[in-house]
Each structure stands twice: as C-alpha cells, then as structure tokens.
Design a protein around this ligand. Structure first.
Ligand code: FE
Ligand code: FE
Ligand code: ZN
Length: 285
C-alpha cells in the first residue's frame, strides 16, 4: 500500500496529528518540530509521545517526518546563526528519541555568498558536532534536495553527496549514527533543473549514480508553479502546476520510488490534502 500523507500542524500534539492523518486517509505525516520561522519549542509531552506510539502502531502510521525550522542555517557566515542551528538540531534529535522511527529532515542551508564549497564544509562540520552530542539512535537524518533559490546548498545531487562524504569520512567508525539519508522534493529538483517530467528514469538513475538510491528515504510530493530550472521554489497543488498529473502517475509508480513515504507540502487545507491523497492513491497501479 502506498505510504502517503501531508504536512500537518503540530499545535495539538502527536496523537492529534495521528487522528487528523487517519481522518484524511493518510498513513504518514510531516510536521514542524517548532515554529518554522522562530526557534522556541513547546516542552515535550511524553505521555502524548507514548500514546501516539501506540496509536501509530494500531493504525499503521509511519514513518513520521519531522521538519527542522526554516531559520536553521548550518551554512551561515555568522557564528551566532550556526550556533543556533546546532542547538536546535541537537534539541530536536533528543526530543525525537521519544518517538522512535521518526525521520528528521532539514534544508542543508544557504552559503550567503561564501560559495558552495564553504557551505558544504560548514554543514558537514555542524552535522559531525550534532551527531557527537545527540547520538541519534532511532532517528534518520535527511538532507532535503533544494531548488537552488538564492545561495541554497543542496541544489545538485553532487552537493548532497559531498556533504554526506565529508561527514561519513570523519565519523569515528564506532560512533556511527544511522546513515544520513535524503528527502527528494519533486518541486525542488524540478526547479533545480532535473527533468522528472520527461526523463524520470534518467533523474532517478543519476541520483543513484551520484548519491546512491539506498540513501533516498522520503519524497516531498509537490507540483511546481514554475518551469524546469527556474530555481524559484513555489509549490503548487498536484496536477495544477508545471510538473502535472501524468508525471505524478509515473513518480508514485516508479520501482525505485513507490515504496518510499510521500509527504505532500502543497498549498492545501485539510480537505484539499484529503483529495490529493485520494488522487495519488488512484494513480497507483
Ligand atoms: Fe523543506
Ligand atoms: Fe520540501
Ligand atoms: Zn519548497
């Protein structure tokens, strides 16, 4: 069965998100760990975490995907901003230990004019310090593929690979966290110049050659308002954008993608998400 869901508000806690997911036909969901534009997180409700784990097991929900706040920039030129990113990352991973099996997705960062190589170096350094401090035992950390808006790092598969290589080559073998993974955002790779409409096989093959298909752990399913290579990052409803419904039919059925969890981040309310989930389910063969 397809694993599919959408981004949900975390304001009511985990059980509430699980119930909302079930009510719209979802069996996975994504949520922000804290205010996406700020930094403060609510104290963790451990009873809610325990109740959710039971609810998720009973309803076949998972894996859930936690999304780091947008303000987290591991590649910033400012020490203060990098320190903030590090403390949020560590705190999030510690909190996620209470919902084992969750994944944690983050935008690699923006190098703000320092150059992609410097950005890659800063991001890897931060990941190494985070892994040393938080020792994520149960949480897979995912780098999200980016559209290449502004100075975003992670706009090519090569940049993602470079971050992973720098981290893993410096990790002490004994203290290895579960491998770093990747979340592929369909809007972002399209905007980044990867033609998933006319050459999905070619793009998936390129990802496999450069990053390794085993690294791919999640898909952000979003249509795009813009043309191939626009580097804009404006999400559109499924089938209403430049990627289009036919391409999503191929995406949800692709042999290398079909067993991954799909998370919608389209401009929809809950009813809209319910309809998109049903739509993508109907495309499955
Ligand atoms: Fe994202
Ligand atoms: Fe995304
Ligand atoms: Zn986006």
């Amino acid at each position: 069965m397809i694993k599919i869901g959408c981004h949900l508000s975390s304001s009511g806690g985990y059980v509430a998100m699980g119930q909302t997911a079930v009510s719209i036909g979802a069996n996975v969901f994504q949520f922000f760990t804290r205010n996406p534009r700020g930094g403060a997180a609510k104290p963790l409700d451990r009873a809610d975490c325990r109740a959710f784990m039971e609810y998720a097991a009973g309803h076949g929900i998972g894996p859930i995907l936690a999304h780091a706040p947008y303000t987290l920039n591991a590649a910033s030129a400012e020490q203060r901003t990098r320190d903030f990113a590090e403390s949020v990352f560590i705190d999030d991973l510690k909190r996620l230990e209470h919902t084992p099996g969750a994944m944690y997705n983050f935008h690699p960062g923006s190098h703000v004019g320092q150059g992609a190589d410097k950005g890659i170096e800063l991001i890897s350094g931060l990941l190494l310090r985070v892994f040393a401090a938080a020792k994520p035992g149960h949480t897979t950390v995912l780098l999200e593929t980016m559209a290449g808006k502004g100075s975003e790092v992670g706009r090519t598969f090569e940049e993602i690979r470079a971050i992973i290589d720098l981290v893993e080559s410096r990790l002490p073998a004994a203290g290895r966290p579960p491998s770093l993974g990747v979340c592929l955002d369909t809007c972002h790779v399209w905007d980044g110049g990867y033609d998933i409409v006319n050459d999905l096989d070619g793009v998936v093959g390129e990802f496999d050659r450069i990053v390794g298909i085993d690294r791919l752990k999640a898909i952000h399913a979003n249509d795009s308002m813009n043309v191939l290579g626009a580097h804009k990052d404006r999400h559109e409803k499924i089938g209403k954008g430049k990627i289009g419904l036919e391409a999503f039919g191929r995406i949800v059925n692709h042999p290398s993608l079909r067993d991954l969890p799909f998370y919608l981040e389209t401009p929809c309310d809950l009813q809209g998400y319910k309809e998109e989930i049903a739509l993508l389910k109907s495309l499955r063969r």
